[in-house]
Ligand binder design. Structure first.
Ligand code: AMP
Ligand code: MG
Length: 322
């Protein structure tokens, strides 16, 4: 069994591991672990890692020369030409902002900067400063132009953050590389953002364990057998800091500028495409239990597992059936 993020794929049920190649790297701000069954596994993993590095170089808010950084620097001034990768992910992010009525908002970056969560110096910002900053958070100010693939933010100081969706896109891209190279069975794990391709070499479904948000890493609330599915979790326990006995996490309600406090502590989405799972786990976390479950029920082929602070587990109807 291995784990490096939220969800755990158990591989102890494989009898012959001789053709199982695995590598781990630190990319996209997290530990990436790829495991491939098949003889050319090592070469395929290297190709996937190059692609992940390319996506990180384009979409990271922390890299001074990424496409996202350039869009943000030009906010209120100029349209920025970007790659089709970045254009596509921003386009998808906007569609999830619309679907969630603004609960999901990729222009939340100025708020993330104030809180500094994930940096060495997180702090609770002054309420007055948060209230000022939420005024410039609005996905409706992202102007996409398909002629020339440019992106522009309407106002100065606005900034895009694809942290809630880019890893999902990256997982889908790795899957495509694997399929193109005739890899049939693999585990793609981008810091707990998991995609299980095919089956174990023994022909069994992969067992994916869902992290118990209230327990130490590796303790699960349950295990699901899956094949060709993405499993993504958003959890307040993943990235947070403590000040004066209060916990502040990294999933921000754009309407208040504060970390969400609606009682949910983790949302897991099971879907065919990881970009959808990643965006929807964040959407559902912010929308809360009732609205979140309704949203996921309304989407075909997507299921959710929601855990609240009392450790109650709620699931969509497709999970109950299984
Ligand atoms: P996830 O772990 O996929 O739920 O994404 C959380 C990350 O997405 C945070 O670290 C931020 O970079 C970003 N983020 C935080 N709040 C929001 C929000 N309301 N909408 C979109 N992205 C967000
Ligand atoms: Mg997400």
């Amino acid at each position: 069994m291995f784990q490096n993020g939220d969800n755990i794929v158990t591989i102890s049920n494989i009898s012959d591991q001789s053709h199982l190649f695995s590598k781990s790297y630190y990319i996209l701000g997290t530990i990436i672990s790829l495991k491939v069954c098949g003889i050319n596994g090592e070469k395929v993993i290297d190709e996937a890692m190059d692609r992940l590095t390319e996506i990180d170089d384009k979409m990271s808010v922390f890299k001074v020369d990424s496409e996202i950084t350039r869009i943000n620097k030009n906010a209120g001034k100029l349209p920025q030409a970007v790659s089709t990768d970045t254009f596509y992910v921003i386009h998808k992010a906007i569609s999830y902002s619309q679907l969630s009525e603004g609960a999901f908002d990729p222009t939340v970056r100025p708020i993330m900067n104030l809180w500094g969560i994930g940096t060495d110096h997180p702090k609770v910002p002054e309420n007055r400063i948060i209230n000022k900053a939420i005024k410039i958070v609005s996905y409706t100010d992202i102007i996409l132009n398909e002629n020339g693939f440019t992106v522009k933010l309407n106002h100065e100081n606005q900034a895009i953050d694809l942290g809630a969706i880019a890893k999902g896109y990256a997982a889908d891209e790795v899957k495509d590389i694997f399929l193109k190279n005739n890899v049939e069975n693999a585990i793609i794990d981008l810091g707990g953002n998991v995609y299980v391709l095919g089956n174990t070499p023994d022909g069994e479904m992969w067992n994916v364990g869902i992290q118990d948000p209230l327990k130490q890493r590796g303790k699960v609330v349950g295990v699901i057998g899956l094949s060709n599915k993405s499993v993504v979790t958003s959890g307040g326990y993943e990235r947070y800091f403590e000040e004066d006995g209060e916990i502040y996490h990294h999933i921000i309600d754009p309407r208040t500028g504060y970390p969400c406090t609606n009682g949910i502590i983790s949302v897991t989405i099971i879907s065919d495409f990881s970009i959808d799972g990643d965006a929807l786990s964040t959407c559902t976390y912010i929308m809360g239990l009732d609205k979140g479950l309704d949203l996921i029920e309304s989407i075909n082929g997507v299921e959710a597992i929601i855990i609240d602070k009392d450790n109650e587990i709620y699931t969509t109807s497709g999970i109950k059936k299984n």
